[in-house]
Ligand binder design. Sequence first.
Ligand SMILES: [Zn+2]
Length: 285
Amino acid sequence: MSTGTVFSAETVWTAYRLFALALFGATIGSFLNVCAYRIPLGRSIVRPGSACTACGTLIRWQHNIPVFSWLYLRGRCASCRTRISARYPLVEAGNALLWVLVGWRFGPTIGALVLLPFVSAMIVLFLTDLDHQLLPDRITLPLAVAGLVVAPWNARLDLGPWLFGSGTPLGRLVAALVGAVIGYGVFFTLALAWRVLFDREALGGGDLKMMLGVGAFLGAHGVLLTIFLASLIGTLLSLPALLSGRWRMTHVLPFGCFLAPAAVVAMFYAPEIIRWYLGLLVWPV
Ligand SMILES: [Zn+2]
């Protein structure tokens, strides 16, 4: 029996592509940390370069290599030895992982490329909402514009052959516009209903603007699934507090922290989840 090559040229090429995506994703992940820290403070994300948040020393390039530098310096600043949160390498690794998953699932296509900024934006919005209960306009509004600009290449906006124009550049642009309007509209209605019913602000303006971008990237079906999944995660997580009676109406969780991961799940699996769910409705067992 001859021992042929174990890996085909195609496999090697795919592995190389995903590896490059991981490296680039980790580097951008490092930039996402800077964005999440500075944007809510209204500071420039370009200047000055990365600096220690404790002593302000600019971080040298050899100490700014994603993930590895944090491990090498054992999670401390090189000059003042202050602890650096494990969150920094985790965000870098997380962005690298999501980028690899996008490249792996959607292949070497422009359709995959346009989704990379989307998942990265979800990471930053998750972090700013977690830290400051803030979804900054500087992220949500450019995201909405970007969603519309890349729409003609975004295959996640396709609904299938049953809808006229689906899959064409113009059809995708229309789907992005409809998605943005539906996302904003549904949230606007929810916010209004909540205010009328409970006389309380439940959803901030940031959530509304975030849904513009999610709708523009994922279409109406994707943004509706995002809202549904986020509500589901939010309800499940607040269930223990609810049952123990410690829950108050004032406990308003930063909803963006649920919306961001829900949007990423919807981006990957919206058609599968919706088909499965409709299957349950059409063919009850
Ligand atoms: Zn320092």
